[in-house]
Design a protein around this ligand. Structure first.
Ligand SMILES: [Zn+2]
Length: 208
């Protein structure tokens, strides 16, 4: 995990995080844990070993890109769904997830079957290395497990026309860097995306 993402966390993004997340993150790091991101939770929830197999099952399809993950559990909004473990460094690709300004990982788990939705059921927090239930709605057993891909991606290896079919559908999905700012603001974003978005907006401001 690059230092810049740690720095971005200590730079006070508490306003974008649910209660206690900032504190928890600090704890994870001050404990001297070199792998602090996977353990830096607010109340230890993501330190609890959660077996992904008890939470997620994959509906596999022989058709390309049609497999998808569904939830085996019902959980209240904002709670930890699963820690993100077993990742390896990667390069920007269809399957990779961006974790910092210049860094990408491969998930190497069935979490890779969590597809994009414009009305997502999950949040992938790549600074804390945990997957949470979306903050605006509860997760229901049997529901498709999805997240808003631009919440991790600034540029996308393969932008696409979304077929989520939800009322909130935004149509063409790319990285946050190429999306309308108003659309981007409709969603919770990872810290590295927040940072890049603020820089982009600042760069657009003309000084007269
Ligand atoms: Zn959509």
């Amino acid at each position: 995990m690059p230092n810049d993402s740690i720095t971005s966390h200590s730079n006070g993004t508490a306003d974008t995080l649910a209660n206690g997340h900032t504190n928890g993150h600090t704890n994870g790091h001050t404990n001297g844990n070199t792998n602090g991101h996977s353990n830096g939770s607010s109340n230890g929830t993501s330190q609890v070993a959660i077996d992904l197999a008890t939470r997620l099952s994959v509906n596999r399809s022989s058709k390309a890109f049609s497999s998808y993950a569904v939830s085996l559990v019902s959980l209240p909004r904002g709670t930890v769904f699963a820690p993100i473990t077993g990742t390896t460094a990667g390069t920007k690709a269809y399957t990779s997830v961006q974790v910092g300004r210049d860094s990408h990982i491969e998930l190497n788990s069935e979490l890779v079957f969590c597809n994009h939705s414009c009305s997502p059921s999950l949040e992938f927090d790549m600074a804390r290395m945990e997957v949470r239930v979306a903050r605006d709605r509860d997760l229901v057993e049997g529901e498709a497990l999805t997240f808003w891909y631009p919440s991790t991606e600034w540029e996308m290896a393969q932008p696409f026309e979304c077929g989520c079919g939800t009322e909130r559908c935004k149509g063409w999905i790319s990285g946050t860097g190429q999306m309308d700012e108003k659309v981007a603001r409709d969603y919770w974003l990872n810290d590295h995306i927040e940072e890049l978005l603020k820089e982009k907006i600042a760069g657009q401001t003309t000084v007269n």
